[in-house]
Ligand binder design. Structure first.
Ligand code: BGC
Length: 421
C-alpha cells in the first residue's frame, strides 16, 4: 500500500465526527419482521453460502461461520440495548461528538396503536446519555425493520399504510423533544425496496418490479408526510433521508462506457433523490464503493477488495460529494461510510483516504457538516449475518466484550487533532 497522505487541513468548526449503528444490527432481542425471516431462512442461507459467497477472497477465513445457521440469526448480538452507556464511552474515547442510531419501531409500537412507555423511556434516556457526553444524536426512524403488525398489513407496499409510519414518526419525535435535532426518516429507500422486493435477499423476499417501484414511491410519501409532521412540531429539526450512493466511472474512453456510467449515476442518485429532496434540510449520504463501467456493464477491479468483495475506493467520496453538492446545493452529512475488515488491515488506510477526499471536497466549496463512520460496533450485516466485521470496536459475541481496534484508536487520535486545529 502506498504511503498515507497527510491529514492537515481544517474542518468546519462544528463538524460532526462520529459513528453510526442501526437498532436491529446491534441491540439484540428484537422482535420484528426481520427476526421471523431470520429464523425461517437461517438453514437455507447457511446451506447456500458457498453458492452466494464461496468465491469471495475472504471465504477461507469466514466459511466456518458462514456455513453455520446461527450466523444468520441476530439473537442477542452485542446487546447494545442494555450496554449503550459502555458503548457511548467508546465514542468518547475516540473524541467523537456525534452518533447515529435508529429507534426500533417494533419496540415502541409492538401492537398497532399501543405505545410502549418503557421503550420510549429507554430511548429518552439513551439520548440524554449522549447529550451528557456532549455527543450530538442523529436519529433514524426507519432502518429496514418493521413491526410485525405493519408488515402483515403489507408494509410500505400499500399507500394507505404510510399514515402509520407518519404517526410513529410524530410520536417518537415529540417524545424525544429537543434532545435531538438531526432526524433521518428513511435509511436507503431504494436499497430497501430492491433488496426486499426485487432481489429477494430481504423480507418479504419478493421479485416484483412493480412492487419495488411502488415501495420507493410510498417511502417518498412517508418521508414527505413525516418531515412535515416533524417540522410542525418545531421548525428547528433538521430532517433528511440517508441516501446510498456509489461512484460510477468509465473504465475506458469509449463513448458507450462514458454514457453508461453517467446514466447509471443518474438512476442511482438523481432519479431517487428528486423524490425526497424537497423535504430535506440537508442530505445524508452513505458511501461504500465505486463502480467501474465498461460498455454497459460494471466490471470492478479485483485486486483490492473488502471482506464483502466490494472494490475499495474510499478517495472517490470526493467526487460523490462534489457531484451531489453541485446538484442539490444543500449541506451534506456522511451518514455511513466504512468497510468489512475482520483483520483490521485496511481500515486505517480507508479512513485516511476518506478524510483527504472530504478535505478536497470542502476546499472546492462543498458544505460538508459531518462524517459518521459505519460502524461503532461489529454488528448483524442483514442477509450476510454476523461474520462481516464493520466495527471500530470488535465485539466478542460469546462474552459481549468490546475492544477498540487498533485503527479505531488511531482514528480517535486523528479526530482529537482535527478538532483542536
Ligand atoms: C446499511 C447498513 C449496512 C451497511 C453495510 C448500508 O446499506 O444502511 O445497515 O450495514 O450498508 O452493508
Amino acid at each position: 500500500m502506498s504511503e498515507l497522505p497527510k491529514i492537515n487541513s481544517k474542518f468546519p468548526k462544528r463538524f460532526l465526527w462520529g459513528a453510526a449503528t442501526a437498532a436491529h444490527q446491534v441491540e439484540g432481542g428484537n422482535h420484528n419482521q426481520w427476526t421471523i425471516w431470520e429464523l425461517e431462512n437461517a438453514k437455507t442461507r447457511a446451506a447456500q453460502s458457498d453458492f452466494h459467497i464461496g468465491d469471495y477472497d475472504s471465504w477461507d477465513r469466514i466459511k466456518k461461520q458462514a456455513k453455520d445457521p446461527d450466523n444468520y440469526v441476530s439473537g442477542n448480538l452485542a446487546n447494545h440495548y442494555s450496554n449503550y452507556e459502555e458503548d457511548f464511552d467508546l465514542l468518547q474515547k475516540m473524541h467523537m461528538n456525534a452518533y447515529r442510531f435508529s429507534v426500533e419501531w417494533s419496540r415502541i409500537e409492538p401492537i398497532e396503536g399501543a405505545w410502549n412507555a418503557e421503550a420510549i423511556a429507554h430511548y429518552k434516556d439513551y439520548a440524554d446519555e449522549l447529550k451528557r457526553r456532549s455527543i450530538e444524536p442523529v436519529v433514524t426512524l426507519f432502518h429496514f425493520t418493521l413491526p410485525i403488525w405493519f408488515a402483515e398489513k403489507g408494509g410500505f407496499e400499500k399507500r394507505s399504510n404510510v399514515k402509520y409510519f407518519t404517526r410513529f414518526a410524530k410520536k417518537i419525535v415529540s417524545e424525544l423533544g429537543l434532545r435531538v435535532k438531526y432526524i433521518i426518516t428513511i435509511n436507503e429507500p431504494e436499497v430497501y425496496a430492491m433488496s426486499s422486493y426485487y432481489y429477494q435477499d430481504w423480507p418479504p423476499a419478493l421479485h416484483s418490479p412493480y412492487k419495488t417501484w411502488r415501495v420507493i414511491n410510498n417511502l417518498a410519501l412517508a418521508h414527505k408526510q413525516s418531515a412535515r409532521a416533524i417540522h410542525s412540531l418545531n421548525r428547528r429539526y433538521k430532517v433528511s433521508i440517508a441516501k446510498s450512493s456509489a461512484y460510477f466511472y468509465p473504465g475506458d474512453n469509449a463513448w458507450i462506457s462514458r454514457v453508461s456510467a453517467s446514466v447509471m449515476q443518474y438512476f442511482q442518485d438523481d432519479y431517487i433523490i428528486k423524490k425526497f429532496i424537497q423535504h430535506c434540510d440537508f442530505l445524508g449520504v452513505n458511501y461504500y464503493l465505486s463502480n467501474r463501467v465498461y460498455g454497459y456493464r460494471i466490471h470492478n477491479p479485483e485486486d483490492h477488495l473488502s471482506d464483502l468483495n466490494w472494490a475499495m475506493a474510499p478517495g472517490d467520496i470526493q467526487y460523490i460529494l462534489e457531484r451531489l453538492y453541485g446538484k442539490y446545493k444543500i449541506p451534506i452529512i456522511i451518514t455511513e461510510n466504512g468497510l468489512a475488515d475482520d483483520q483490521d488491515i485496511n481500515r486505517k488506510w480507508w479512513i485516511t483516504q476518506t478524510i483527504v477526499g472530504m478535505q478536497n471536497a470542502i476546499k472546492k466549496g462543498v458544505e460538508l457538516e459531518g462524517y459518521l463512520h459505519w460502524s461503532l460496533l461489529d454488528n448483524f450485516e442483514w442477509a450476510y449475518g454476523k461474520w462481516p466485521r464493520f466495527g471500530l470496536a470488535e465485539v466478542d459475541y460469546a462474552t459481549g466484550k468490546r475492544s477498540l481496534r487498533q485503527s479505531a484508536r488511531w482514528f480517535g487520535g486523528v479526530i482529537k487533532k482535527l478538532r483542536e486545529l
